[in-house]
Design a binder for this molecule. Structure first.
Ligand code: GDP
Length: 464
Protein backbone atom coordinates (compact mmCIF):
# COMPACT_ATOMS: atom_id res chain seq x y z
CA UNK A 1 0.00 0.00 0.00
CA UNK A 2 2.83 2.38 0.84
CA UNK A 3 4.04 1.71 -2.68
CA UNK A 4 0.70 2.89 -3.99
CA UNK A 5 0.84 6.08 -2.01
CA UNK A 6 4.40 6.77 -3.05
CA UNK A 7 3.52 6.60 -6.72
CA UNK A 8 0.14 8.23 -6.32
CA UNK A 9 1.72 11.57 -5.53
CA UNK A 10 3.85 11.69 -8.65
CA UNK A 11 1.17 10.57 -11.09
CA UNK A 12 -2.04 12.09 -9.91
CA UNK A 13 -5.21 11.86 -11.96
CA UNK A 14 -5.48 14.15 -14.89
CA UNK A 15 -1.87 15.18 -14.88
CA UNK A 16 -1.01 16.69 -18.24
CA UNK A 17 2.03 14.83 -19.47
CA UNK A 18 2.42 16.91 -22.55
CA UNK A 19 3.02 20.40 -23.75
CA UNK A 20 0.05 21.62 -25.72
CA UNK A 21 0.58 24.09 -28.48
CA UNK A 22 4.16 23.09 -29.23
CA UNK A 23 3.39 21.03 -32.25
CA UNK A 24 6.58 21.85 -34.12
CA UNK A 25 7.46 19.43 -36.89
CA UNK A 26 4.96 16.90 -35.76
CA UNK A 27 2.35 18.99 -37.58
CA UNK A 28 3.50 17.24 -40.74
CA UNK A 29 1.44 14.32 -39.52
CA UNK A 30 -1.97 16.01 -39.64
CA UNK A 31 -4.56 13.37 -40.63
CA UNK A 32 -5.90 13.67 -44.13
CA UNK A 33 -8.75 11.91 -45.82
CA UNK A 34 -6.16 9.68 -47.52
CA UNK A 35 -4.93 8.20 -44.30
CA UNK A 36 -5.38 8.42 -40.55
CA UNK A 37 -2.84 8.40 -37.80
CA UNK A 38 -3.20 8.18 -34.08
CA UNK A 39 -3.32 11.77 -32.92
CA UNK A 40 -0.13 13.65 -32.19
CA UNK A 41 1.08 12.47 -28.79
CA UNK A 42 1.94 16.07 -27.86
CA UNK A 43 -1.75 16.89 -27.62
CA UNK A 44 -2.69 13.98 -25.38
CA UNK A 45 -4.27 14.79 -22.06
CA UNK A 46 -3.56 11.60 -20.18
CA UNK A 47 -5.60 10.30 -17.29
CA UNK A 48 -5.30 7.02 -15.39
CA UNK A 49 -7.37 4.26 -16.98
CA UNK A 50 -8.02 0.65 -15.95
CA UNK A 51 -5.13 -1.65 -16.90
CA UNK A 52 -5.69 -4.23 -19.64
CA UNK A 53 -4.55 -7.57 -18.23
CA UNK A 54 -3.69 -10.86 -19.96
CA UNK A 55 -3.68 -14.10 -17.94
CA UNK A 56 -0.96 -16.53 -18.99
CA UNK A 57 0.59 -19.75 -17.78
CA UNK A 58 1.04 -23.46 -18.31
CA UNK A 59 -1.94 -25.59 -19.33
CA UNK A 60 -4.10 -26.71 -16.39
CA UNK A 61 -2.52 -24.24 -13.99
CA UNK A 62 -5.88 -22.50 -13.58
CA UNK A 63 -6.12 -19.59 -16.05
CA UNK A 64 -9.71 -20.29 -17.11
CA UNK A 65 -10.82 -20.89 -13.52
CA UNK A 66 -9.26 -17.60 -12.46
CA UNK A 67 -10.94 -15.68 -15.29
CA UNK A 68 -14.30 -17.25 -14.37
CA UNK A 69 -13.85 -16.26 -10.76
CA UNK A 70 -12.89 -12.70 -11.67
CA UNK A 71 -15.90 -12.37 -13.94
CA UNK A 72 -18.45 -13.60 -11.47
CA UNK A 73 -17.10 -11.57 -8.54
CA UNK A 74 -17.27 -8.29 -10.44
CA UNK A 75 -19.73 -5.89 -8.80
CA UNK A 76 -21.29 -5.15 -12.19
CA UNK A 77 -21.75 -8.84 -12.85
CA UNK A 78 -23.46 -9.44 -9.51
CA UNK A 79 -25.77 -6.49 -10.05
CA UNK A 80 -26.71 -7.55 -13.54
CA UNK A 81 -27.03 -11.21 -12.56
CA UNK A 82 -27.03 -12.02 -16.25
CA UNK A 83 -25.03 -14.35 -18.38
CA UNK A 84 -21.78 -12.98 -19.67
CA UNK A 85 -21.32 -13.28 -23.41
CA UNK A 86 -17.90 -14.03 -24.74
CA UNK A 87 -16.61 -10.94 -26.45
CA UNK A 88 -12.92 -11.61 -25.85
CA UNK A 89 -12.51 -9.19 -22.96
CA UNK A 90 -14.42 -8.19 -19.86
CA UNK A 91 -14.31 -5.46 -17.32
CA UNK A 92 -14.18 -6.17 -13.57
CA UNK A 93 -15.57 -3.57 -11.24
CA UNK A 94 -14.23 -3.79 -7.69
CA UNK A 95 -16.25 -2.76 -4.64
CA UNK A 96 -13.96 0.31 -4.44
CA UNK A 97 -15.26 1.37 -7.84
CA UNK A 98 -11.93 0.71 -9.52
CA UNK A 99 -11.86 -1.31 -12.71
CA UNK A 100 -9.63 -3.84 -14.41
CA UNK A 101 -10.02 -5.10 -17.98
CA UNK A 102 -9.16 -8.74 -18.66
CA UNK A 103 -8.58 -10.29 -22.06
CA UNK A 104 -10.42 -13.56 -21.66
CA UNK A 105 -8.68 -15.70 -24.21
CA UNK A 106 -6.25 -17.34 -21.84
CA UNK A 107 -2.87 -18.50 -22.92
CA UNK A 108 -0.21 -16.75 -24.83
CA UNK A 109 -1.76 -17.31 -28.25
CA UNK A 110 -3.89 -14.22 -27.85
CA UNK A 111 -1.05 -12.24 -26.40
CA UNK A 112 1.48 -13.10 -29.05
CA UNK A 113 -0.88 -12.74 -32.00
CA UNK A 114 -1.89 -9.34 -30.69
CA UNK A 115 1.75 -8.38 -30.36
CA UNK A 116 2.61 -9.76 -33.74
CA UNK A 117 -0.14 -7.71 -35.30
CA UNK A 118 1.27 -4.67 -33.64
CA UNK A 119 -1.34 -3.89 -31.06
CA UNK A 120 0.36 -3.30 -27.77
CA UNK A 121 -2.84 -3.82 -25.87
CA UNK A 122 -1.67 -5.65 -22.77
CA UNK A 123 -0.59 -3.40 -19.94
CA UNK A 124 0.12 -6.14 -17.40
CA UNK A 125 0.47 -9.92 -17.65
CA UNK A 126 -0.56 -12.29 -14.86
CA UNK A 127 1.55 -15.42 -14.83
CA UNK A 128 -0.42 -18.25 -13.22
CA UNK A 129 1.76 -21.01 -11.75
CA UNK A 130 0.13 -23.94 -9.97
CA UNK A 131 1.82 -24.26 -6.59
CA UNK A 132 1.70 -28.04 -6.69
CA UNK A 133 3.21 -28.24 -10.16
CA UNK A 134 5.71 -25.41 -10.27
CA UNK A 135 7.38 -23.82 -13.27
CA UNK A 136 6.73 -25.82 -16.45
CA UNK A 137 7.65 -25.49 -20.15
CA UNK A 138 4.87 -23.06 -21.02
CA UNK A 139 5.55 -21.05 -17.89
CA UNK A 140 9.06 -20.43 -19.20
CA UNK A 141 7.72 -19.56 -22.66
CA UNK A 142 5.35 -17.04 -21.11
CA UNK A 143 8.18 -15.46 -19.13
CA UNK A 144 10.22 -15.08 -22.33
CA UNK A 145 7.29 -13.68 -24.25
CA UNK A 146 6.43 -11.16 -21.56
CA UNK A 147 10.04 -10.17 -21.18
CA UNK A 148 10.57 -9.67 -24.91
CA UNK A 149 7.42 -7.56 -25.05
CA UNK A 150 8.57 -5.49 -22.06
CA UNK A 151 5.22 -5.95 -20.32
CA UNK A 152 5.13 -5.79 -16.49
CA UNK A 153 4.39 -9.08 -14.79
CA UNK A 154 2.54 -10.16 -11.65
CA UNK A 155 2.86 -13.79 -10.53
CA UNK A 156 -0.17 -15.67 -9.17
CA UNK A 157 0.82 -18.87 -7.37
CA UNK A 158 -2.40 -20.84 -7.75
CA UNK A 159 -4.11 -23.85 -6.16
CA UNK A 160 -3.07 -22.73 -2.71
CA UNK A 161 -6.12 -24.56 -1.30
CA UNK A 162 -4.58 -27.91 -2.23
CA UNK A 163 -2.57 -29.87 0.27
CA UNK A 164 1.02 -29.80 -0.95
CA UNK A 165 2.53 -32.66 -2.82
CA UNK A 166 5.68 -32.37 -0.81
CA UNK A 167 5.80 -33.35 2.87
CA UNK A 168 5.39 -30.34 5.11
CA UNK A 169 8.42 -29.83 7.31
CA UNK A 170 8.28 -28.37 10.82
CA UNK A 171 9.62 -24.95 9.68
CA UNK A 172 7.06 -24.99 6.89
CA UNK A 173 4.29 -25.75 9.34
CA UNK A 174 5.44 -22.95 11.65
CA UNK A 175 5.54 -20.59 8.68
CA UNK A 176 1.98 -21.51 7.72
CA UNK A 177 0.83 -21.00 11.29
CA UNK A 178 2.56 -17.64 11.31
CA UNK A 179 0.65 -16.46 8.27
CA UNK A 180 -2.81 -17.58 9.24
CA UNK A 181 -4.39 -15.03 6.95
CA UNK A 182 -2.97 -16.74 3.91
CA UNK A 183 -2.43 -20.36 4.91
CA UNK A 184 -2.11 -21.43 1.34
CA UNK A 185 0.55 -23.38 -0.49
CA UNK A 186 2.84 -24.85 2.15
CA UNK A 187 5.94 -22.86 2.84
CA UNK A 188 8.37 -25.16 1.08
CA UNK A 189 6.26 -25.23 -2.06
CA UNK A 190 5.86 -21.49 -2.40
CA UNK A 191 9.57 -21.11 -1.83
CA UNK A 192 10.24 -23.75 -4.44
CA UNK A 193 8.04 -22.04 -7.07
CA UNK A 194 9.63 -18.67 -6.35
CA UNK A 195 13.11 -20.10 -6.64
CA UNK A 196 12.23 -21.77 -9.94
CA UNK A 197 10.89 -18.46 -11.21
CA UNK A 198 14.06 -16.73 -10.16
CA UNK A 199 16.01 -19.25 -12.21
CA UNK A 200 13.90 -18.18 -15.21
CA UNK A 201 14.95 -14.61 -14.56
CA UNK A 202 11.77 -13.42 -12.82
CA UNK A 203 12.99 -10.94 -10.23
CA UNK A 204 10.49 -11.39 -7.43
CA UNK A 205 10.17 -8.83 -4.67
CA UNK A 206 11.27 -11.41 -2.11
CA UNK A 207 14.65 -11.54 -3.82
CA UNK A 208 14.98 -7.78 -4.10
CA UNK A 209 13.36 -7.52 -7.55
CA UNK A 210 10.21 -5.68 -8.57
CA UNK A 211 7.85 -8.51 -9.58
CA UNK A 212 4.99 -9.01 -7.14
CA UNK A 213 3.80 -12.51 -6.36
CA UNK A 214 0.46 -13.36 -4.79
CA UNK A 215 -0.79 -16.73 -3.51
CA UNK A 216 -4.28 -17.47 -4.73
CA UNK A 217 -6.88 -20.17 -5.13
CA UNK A 218 -8.91 -19.69 -8.29
CA UNK A 219 -11.45 -22.18 -6.92
CA UNK A 220 -12.13 -20.63 -3.50
CA UNK A 221 -11.15 -17.09 -4.48
CA UNK A 222 -8.66 -16.80 -1.67
CA UNK A 223 -5.98 -14.24 -2.49
CA UNK A 224 -7.83 -12.95 -5.59
CA UNK A 225 -8.57 -9.52 -3.99
CA UNK A 226 -4.85 -9.25 -3.21
CA UNK A 227 -4.09 -10.10 -6.84
CA UNK A 228 -6.48 -7.37 -8.00
CA UNK A 229 -4.80 -4.93 -5.64
CA UNK A 230 -1.36 -5.94 -6.94
CA UNK A 231 -2.56 -5.30 -10.51
CA UNK A 232 -3.87 -1.86 -9.64
CA UNK A 233 -0.58 -1.03 -7.89
CA UNK A 234 1.33 -2.21 -10.95
CA UNK A 235 -0.88 -0.07 -13.20
CA UNK A 236 -0.15 2.96 -11.07
CA UNK A 237 3.57 2.23 -11.03
CA UNK A 238 3.63 1.92 -14.79
CA UNK A 239 1.48 4.99 -15.33
CA UNK A 240 -1.25 3.22 -17.29
CA UNK A 241 -2.92 6.23 -18.92
CA UNK A 242 -5.30 7.11 -21.70
CA UNK A 243 -6.84 10.25 -23.13
CA UNK A 244 -10.66 10.11 -22.90
CA UNK A 245 -11.08 13.07 -25.26
CA UNK A 246 -10.55 13.41 -28.99
CA UNK A 247 -10.83 10.85 -31.77
CA UNK A 248 -11.06 7.21 -30.77
CA UNK A 249 -8.15 4.80 -30.99
CA UNK A 250 -9.00 1.19 -30.19
CA UNK A 251 -7.82 -2.36 -30.81
CA UNK A 252 -9.97 -5.09 -32.32
CA UNK A 253 -10.22 -8.15 -30.07
CA UNK A 254 -12.59 -10.39 -31.99
CA UNK A 255 -15.11 -10.17 -34.81
CA UNK A 256 -17.85 -12.36 -36.18
CA UNK A 257 -21.07 -12.19 -38.12
CA UNK A 258 -24.03 -12.08 -35.76
CA UNK A 259 -27.25 -13.48 -37.17
CA UNK A 260 -29.33 -10.48 -36.22
CA UNK A 261 -26.73 -7.72 -36.13
CA UNK A 262 -24.46 -8.50 -39.07
CA UNK A 263 -20.69 -8.04 -38.79
CA UNK A 264 -19.79 -7.15 -35.18
CA UNK A 265 -16.40 -6.51 -33.60
CA UNK A 266 -15.40 -6.27 -29.98
CA UNK A 267 -12.79 -3.61 -29.40
CA UNK A 268 -10.93 -2.25 -26.40
CA UNK A 269 -10.69 1.53 -26.47
CA UNK A 270 -7.19 3.00 -25.98
CA UNK A 271 -7.85 6.72 -26.35
CA UNK A 272 -10.96 8.81 -26.84
CA UNK A 273 -14.50 7.90 -25.82
CA UNK A 274 -16.41 5.75 -28.27
CA UNK A 275 -20.02 6.68 -28.90
CA UNK A 276 -22.71 5.52 -31.29
CA UNK A 277 -22.40 7.24 -34.64
CA UNK A 278 -18.59 7.19 -34.64
CA UNK A 279 -17.01 6.15 -37.93
CA UNK A 280 -14.21 3.64 -37.38
CA UNK A 281 -11.55 2.29 -39.71
CA UNK A 282 -9.74 -0.96 -38.91
CA UNK A 283 -7.35 -2.59 -41.33
CA UNK A 284 -9.13 -2.58 -44.67
CA UNK A 285 -12.65 -2.18 -43.49
CA UNK A 286 -14.71 0.48 -41.82
CA UNK A 287 -18.00 0.92 -40.06
CA UNK A 288 -20.34 3.47 -38.58
CA UNK A 289 -21.16 2.34 -35.04
CA UNK A 290 -24.92 1.73 -34.96
CA UNK A 291 -25.05 0.16 -31.52
CA UNK A 292 -22.68 -0.76 -28.71
CA UNK A 293 -22.98 -3.44 -26.03
CA UNK A 294 -20.98 -4.51 -23.03
CA UNK A 295 -20.13 -8.16 -22.29
CA UNK A 296 -23.55 -8.64 -20.69
CA UNK A 297 -25.23 -7.45 -23.88
CA UNK A 298 -26.30 -4.31 -22.11
CA UNK A 299 -26.50 -1.35 -24.51
CA UNK A 300 -23.75 1.19 -23.88
CA UNK A 301 -23.86 4.89 -24.54
CA UNK A 302 -20.16 5.57 -24.26
CA UNK A 303 -16.96 3.62 -23.86
CA UNK A 304 -13.98 5.47 -22.34
CA UNK A 305 -10.35 4.17 -22.46
CA UNK A 306 -9.81 0.48 -21.53
CA UNK A 307 -13.48 -0.39 -21.98
CA UNK A 308 -14.25 -3.57 -23.91
CA UNK A 309 -17.22 -2.97 -26.17
CA UNK A 310 -19.06 -4.88 -28.87
CA UNK A 311 -19.57 -2.60 -31.87
CA UNK A 312 -22.23 -3.07 -34.52
CA UNK A 313 -22.22 -1.52 -38.00
CA UNK A 314 -19.12 -2.86 -39.76
CA UNK A 315 -19.01 -3.24 -43.53
CA UNK A 316 -16.81 -6.29 -43.23
CA UNK A 317 -15.08 -8.21 -40.44
CA UNK A 318 -12.00 -6.48 -39.08
CA UNK A 319 -9.14 -8.73 -37.97
CA UNK A 320 -8.26 -9.41 -34.37
CA UNK A 321 -5.36 -7.21 -33.35
CA UNK A 322 -6.10 -4.49 -35.92
CA UNK A 323 -5.75 -0.94 -34.76
CA UNK A 324 -9.00 0.91 -35.06
CA UNK A 325 -9.06 4.66 -35.65
CA UNK A 326 -11.89 7.14 -35.85
CA UNK A 327 -12.45 8.95 -39.12
CA UNK A 328 -14.19 12.32 -39.54
CA UNK A 329 -16.76 11.03 -41.97
CA UNK A 330 -17.90 8.01 -43.91
CA UNK A 331 -16.28 9.36 -47.09
CA UNK A 332 -12.96 9.84 -45.26
CA UNK A 333 -13.16 6.27 -44.00
CA UNK A 334 -13.96 4.94 -47.46
CA UNK A 335 -11.10 6.81 -49.07
CA UNK A 336 -8.71 5.65 -46.36
CA UNK A 337 -9.65 2.02 -46.85
CA UNK A 338 -9.13 2.40 -50.61
CA UNK A 339 -5.78 4.04 -49.99
CA UNK A 340 -4.74 1.25 -47.66
CA UNK A 341 -5.76 -1.39 -50.14
CA UNK A 342 -3.47 0.22 -52.71
CA UNK A 343 -0.46 0.32 -50.36
CA UNK A 344 -0.47 -3.01 -48.56
CA UNK A 345 3.13 -2.86 -47.44
CA UNK A 346 2.57 0.28 -45.41
CA UNK A 347 0.30 -1.55 -43.04
CA UNK A 348 2.76 -4.19 -41.98
CA UNK A 349 4.10 -1.84 -39.35
CA UNK A 350 7.57 -3.26 -39.71
CA UNK A 351 10.24 -2.11 -42.06
CA UNK A 352 13.38 -4.08 -42.46
CA UNK A 353 16.09 -2.44 -44.53
CA UNK A 354 18.91 -4.49 -43.14
CA UNK A 355 18.36 -7.55 -45.29
CA UNK A 356 17.83 -5.58 -48.50
CA UNK A 357 21.14 -3.84 -48.01
CA UNK A 358 19.46 -0.44 -48.22
CA UNK A 359 21.07 2.31 -46.31
CA UNK A 360 24.64 3.31 -46.82
CA UNK A 361 26.27 6.10 -44.90
CA UNK A 362 24.72 7.91 -42.01
CA UNK A 363 23.30 7.18 -38.64
CA UNK A 364 21.03 4.17 -38.39
CA UNK A 365 17.80 4.47 -36.45
CA UNK A 366 15.71 1.74 -34.85
CA UNK A 367 12.17 3.05 -34.30
CA UNK A 368 9.86 1.51 -31.70
CA UNK A 369 6.39 2.83 -30.96
CA UNK A 370 3.19 2.00 -29.17
CA UNK A 371 1.00 1.45 -32.23
CA UNK A 372 1.40 0.70 -35.92
CA UNK A 373 0.18 4.19 -36.73
CA UNK A 374 2.60 5.93 -34.41
CA UNK A 375 5.58 3.99 -35.78
CA UNK A 376 4.49 4.92 -39.30
CA UNK A 377 4.31 8.56 -38.29
CA UNK A 378 7.84 8.61 -36.87
CA UNK A 379 9.24 6.78 -39.91
CA UNK A 380 7.40 9.10 -42.30
CA UNK A 381 8.59 12.21 -40.53
CA UNK A 382 12.15 10.92 -40.68
CA UNK A 383 11.75 10.14 -44.38
CA UNK A 384 10.19 13.50 -45.17
CA UNK A 385 13.09 15.28 -43.60
CA UNK A 386 15.63 13.17 -45.43
CA UNK A 387 14.46 13.30 -49.05
CA UNK A 388 17.64 11.94 -50.57
CA UNK A 389 21.02 10.57 -49.52
CA UNK A 390 19.77 10.43 -45.98
CA UNK A 391 22.09 11.17 -43.12
CA UNK A 392 19.63 9.18 -41.07
CA UNK A 393 18.29 5.81 -42.20
CA UNK A 394 15.69 3.64 -40.59
CA UNK A 395 17.25 0.24 -39.98
CA UNK A 396 14.22 -1.31 -38.38
CA UNK A 397 10.86 -0.23 -37.08
CA UNK A 398 8.31 -2.10 -35.07
CA UNK A 399 5.62 -1.95 -32.45
CA UNK A 400 6.15 -2.65 -28.77
CA UNK A 401 8.68 -1.97 -26.05
CA UNK A 402 12.38 -1.80 -26.78
CA UNK A 403 13.77 -5.33 -26.50
CA UNK A 404 17.17 -6.96 -26.12
CA UNK A 405 17.18 -7.82 -29.82
CA UNK A 406 16.55 -4.16 -30.75
CA UNK A 407 19.58 -3.24 -28.68
CA UNK A 408 21.66 -5.99 -30.28
CA UNK A 409 20.58 -4.79 -33.73
CA UNK A 410 21.37 -1.18 -32.87
CA UNK A 411 24.76 -2.22 -31.49
CA UNK A 412 25.68 -4.22 -34.58
CA UNK A 413 24.62 -1.44 -36.98
CA UNK A 414 25.81 1.52 -34.92
CA UNK A 415 22.26 2.78 -34.63
CA UNK A 416 20.38 4.88 -32.15
CA UNK A 417 16.99 3.72 -30.82
CA UNK A 418 13.98 6.05 -30.91
CA UNK A 419 11.23 4.87 -28.57
CA UNK A 420 7.94 6.67 -29.06
CA UNK A 421 5.52 6.21 -26.17
CA UNK A 422 7.02 2.84 -25.17
CA UNK A 423 9.24 1.87 -22.28
CA UNK A 424 12.33 -0.25 -21.86
CA UNK A 425 12.93 -2.54 -18.93
CA UNK A 426 15.85 -2.16 -16.56
CA UNK A 427 17.62 -5.12 -18.14
CA UNK A 428 17.23 -3.66 -21.66
CA UNK A 429 18.62 -0.34 -20.43
CA UNK A 430 21.53 -2.14 -18.79
CA UNK A 431 22.26 -4.02 -22.02
CA UNK A 432 22.11 -0.73 -23.96
CA UNK A 433 24.63 0.82 -21.56
CA UNK A 434 26.87 -2.18 -21.87
CA UNK A 435 26.68 -2.10 -25.70
CA UNK A 436 27.01 1.66 -25.84
CA UNK A 437 23.63 2.06 -27.54
CA UNK A 438 21.64 5.25 -27.04
CA UNK A 439 17.90 4.94 -26.43
CA UNK A 440 15.95 8.19 -26.84
CA UNK A 441 12.41 7.92 -25.57
CA UNK A 442 9.63 10.47 -25.63
CA UNK A 443 5.88 10.75 -26.08
CA UNK A 444 6.19 13.82 -28.30
CA UNK A 445 7.44 13.30 -31.85
CA UNK A 446 9.23 16.58 -32.35
CA UNK A 447 11.05 16.21 -29.02
CA UNK A 448 12.19 12.77 -30.07
CA UNK A 449 13.47 14.29 -33.32
CA UNK A 450 15.25 17.05 -31.43
CA UNK A 451 17.03 14.37 -29.39
CA UNK A 452 17.98 12.56 -32.59
CA UNK A 453 19.18 15.79 -34.16
CA UNK A 454 21.48 16.46 -31.23
CA UNK A 455 22.74 12.91 -31.47
CA UNK A 456 23.42 13.12 -35.22
CA UNK A 457 25.01 16.56 -35.00
CA UNK A 458 27.70 15.00 -32.87
CA UNK A 459 28.71 12.70 -35.71
CA UNK A 460 27.42 13.97 -39.09
CA UNK A 461 26.04 17.14 -40.68
CA UNK A 462 22.29 17.41 -40.17
CA UNK A 463 20.32 17.98 -43.35
CA UNK A 464 17.26 20.14 -42.81
P1 GDP B 1 -6.10 -23.72 -17.63
O1 GDP B 1 -5.75 -24.80 -18.61
O2 GDP B 1 -4.86 -23.01 -17.16
O3 GDP B 1 -7.15 -22.77 -18.11
O4 GDP B 1 -6.64 -24.46 -16.31
P2 GDP B 1 -8.13 -24.61 -15.80
O5 GDP B 1 -8.65 -23.34 -15.26
O6 GDP B 1 -8.93 -25.29 -16.84
O7 GDP B 1 -7.89 -25.58 -14.55
C1 GDP B 1 -7.40 -26.89 -14.71
C2 GDP B 1 -7.88 -27.72 -13.55
O8 GDP B 1 -7.36 -27.23 -12.32
C3 GDP B 1 -9.40 -27.73 -13.38
O9 GDP B 1 -9.81 -29.00 -13.01
C4 GDP B 1 -9.64 -26.74 -12.26
O10 GDP B 1 -10.80 -27.03 -11.51
C5 GDP B 1 -8.39 -26.95 -11.41
N1 GDP B 1 -8.05 -25.74 -10.65
C6 GDP B 1 -7.85 -24.51 -11.16
N2 GDP B 1 -7.56 -23.66 -10.16
C7 GDP B 1 -7.57 -24.36 -9.02
C8 GDP B 1 -7.34 -24.04 -7.65
O11 GDP B 1 -7.08 -22.92 -7.25
N3 GDP B 1 -7.45 -25.06 -6.75
C9 GDP B 1 -7.74 -26.33 -7.09
N4 GDP B 1 -7.82 -27.23 -6.16
N5 GDP B 1 -7.96 -26.67 -8.39
C10 GDP B 1 -7.87 -25.71 -9.33
Amino acid sequence: MCRLRQIGCSLGPGRLLSSRGKRGRASQTTPTTRDLFPRDRSTLCLKPRPPVVTVMGHVDHGKTTLLDWLRKTSVAEREAGGITQHIGAFSVQLSTGERLTFLDTPGHAAFSSMRARGASLTDIAVLVVAGDDGVMVQTRECVDLVRSAGVPLVVAINKCDKPGAEPVSLPALLHSLGSLLQPCVPYNEKERVEEELLQCGVQLERFGGDVQSVRISAVTGRGVPQLEEALLAEAELNAVMGDPSGPVEAVVIESHVDRGLGPVASVVVRHGTLECGAVLVAGRTWGKVRAMFDERRKPMREAPPSTPVLTVGWRDLPTSGDNCLQADSESAARSMVQHRASTPARLSGVRENRESGEGGEGVGVVVKGDMVGSVEVVVQVLEKRQPEGAAVRVIHSGVGAVTDSDVELAASTGSVILAFGVSSTKSVKALARQKNVTIHSHTVIYKLLELLKEHVKGTLPWRE
